[in-house]
Design a protein around this ligand. Structure first.
Ligand SMILES: O=C(O)CCC(=O)C(=O)O
Ligand SMILES: [Fe+2]
Length: 454
């Protein structure tokens, strides 16, 4: 596979390149090949691979099956897993049985029923790449831990020194009994209960079958915000206000009206979260119960390489998968100075308000994350709720989140509210004429018009 290098040569991260199960090769190989089975597509051969896949995306299950039986080249397109995934997701069955691939699941096929077809001389990056990305070698990712690792921290140290810094707490034992959770325990308690994993609501049992047997480039990630209240209630019993280090969470005063704030997270190796900032200006802790997570973090004002954001940060665009970002941009991220580290089972990572983060599970993992508002970030959260109402998320019925939060703070914590408002005003500084603003930024005078990452 000499010309694999055409698409993989610029990739610094190691991939174990197994042959594609249908024999599809990276496009570069076509330049030295004597024949190309793409021409079996007939008139369709003039369309780009992207367009062909797009068209196949409109087919029903039966039409996709028929299209795939027209020729080997049609079979190559008609077997693309993303097409079958869409069909399964559209059907939205909570009692779906995972069969090891999206195609087999959609067609409810066992391995014995699958035809073994080999397509010679077929070259396509768009069909080969997702398969290659599923074989990223994660063990080569972690380098030096640049996220500080602290064995312990007092509430006071957190609020005075660390509320703006990522860190990993290594020895703080949470006040919960979730530390004994593992997949078998969760299956026993909740195997037949429905959990949310991105675009599907599946029985936990089905999700675990998927987790243990899939070759997706970006495996579905179980991210369930209702785990504490889940029927049977045992997860809720195990989960009592876990960490003192982070102090008071000011969103607690919103009671049942607070936005979504805690999630059970389960995923296989390779699953994870692409670059984002946490919602509503909140901070978060993320506690790993089993497995290990690799974190890359950037401060609020430093947009990660390969990530594009609109000026108001309402829209974030980044490569389609974590493997794609890692292979294309990790070296540059390291050059520009990201923070990185591995959070192991029993450890908790702190995500300060506004920090960019990308997370990838190095192995099958269970974690819990909770978002909170420490006093140090009250000004940021208030500013966010006031200035970005269109980006507020996770509130249920609250009409004006800012007004409600301000009212509750006024009632319960008037001094903290006054201090926060004072900081917001101070950070805006005196109003300046546009010309003076421009001069100030040109001469690098320290002058800010709002919170740095707003
Ligand atoms: O565990 C993960 O994938 C990351 C979740 C996350 O983004 C967070 O805890 O803020
Ligand atoms: Fe996050």
């Amino acid at each position: 596979m000499v010309f694999c290098c055409l698409i993989t040569s610029f990739i610094m991260v190691k991939f174990i390149n197994p042959p594609h199960p249908l024999g599809i090769k990276p496009f570069g190989n076509a330049f030295l090949a004597c024949s190309n089975s793409r021409y079996n597509l007939g008139a369709l051969a003039s369309l780009s691979d992207e367009l062909l896949l797009e068209i196949c995306g409109f087919f029903s299950l039966t039409h996709l099956l028929h299209f795939g039986s027209l020729s080997k080249a049609c079979y190559a397109f008609g077997s693309a897993e993303e097409l079958w995934k869409n069909l399964v997701v559209r059907k939205a069955q909570s009692d779906c049985i995972w069969r090891g691939s999206w195609r087999k699941t959609a067609l409810n096929m066992t391995d014995a029923e699958v035809a073994h077809i080999h397509i010679d001389n077929f070259y396509s990056d768009i069909l080969y790449r997702p398969y290659m990305n599923a074989f990223i070698d994660l063990s080569g990712l972690p380098r030096d831990d640049t996220i500080p690792r602290l064995s312990n921290l007092s509430q006071d140290e957190f609020s005075t020194k660390w509320s703006n810094q990522p860190f990993i707490l290594t020895e703080v034992v949470p006040k919960w009994s979730a530390s004994h959770w593992d997949i078998d325990y969760l299956l026993e308690k909740h195997g037949d209960h429905i959990f949310r994993a991105e675009c599907v609501d599946w029985k936990l049992r089905t999700y675990i079958d998927y987790l243990r047997n899939n070759q997706d480039e970006s495996p579905l990630y179980l991210f369930d915000k209702g785990f504490v209240e889940k029927e049977g209630g045992t997860l809720g019993d195990d989960y009592q206000s876990p960490y003192e280090v982070f102090g008071r969470d000011y969103f607690e005063i919103l009671g049942a009206d607070r936005p979504d704030y805690r999630w059970l997270i389960i995923g296989p190796a390779r699953s994870g979260s692409t670059f984002h900032k946490d919602p509503n200006g909140t901070s978060a802790w993320n506690a790993v119960i089993t497995g290990a997570k690799f974190w890359i973090m950037f401060p609020p004002n430093q947009t990660p390489p390969g990530v594009f954001v609109t000026p108001d940060e309402a829209e974030v665009t980044s490569p389609s998968s974590i493997a794609e970002w890692v292979s294309g941009f990790l070296p540059e991220a390291r050059r520009t100075g990201c923070l990185e580290g591995v959070c192991h089972a029993g450890e908790i990572l702190h995500v300060p308000s506004g920090w960019w983060h990308l997370v990838v599970n190095l192995s099958e993992s269970i974690a819990i994350t909770q978002n909170f508002v420490p006093e140090a970030h009250l000004p940021k959260v208030l500013s966010f709720l006031k200035n970005k109402p269109d980006q507020i998320s996770g509130f249920k019925d609250c009409k004006d989140a800012y007004e409600e939060f301000e009212k509750q703070l006024e009632h319960n914590f008037p001094e903290e509210l006054a201090r926060a408002k004072g900081k917001i005003t101070a950070s805006r500084g005196p109003k300046k004429h546009k010309w003076n603003q421009l001069r100030a930024s040109e001469t690098s005078m320290s002058f800010s018009f709002g919170f740095a990452d707003e």
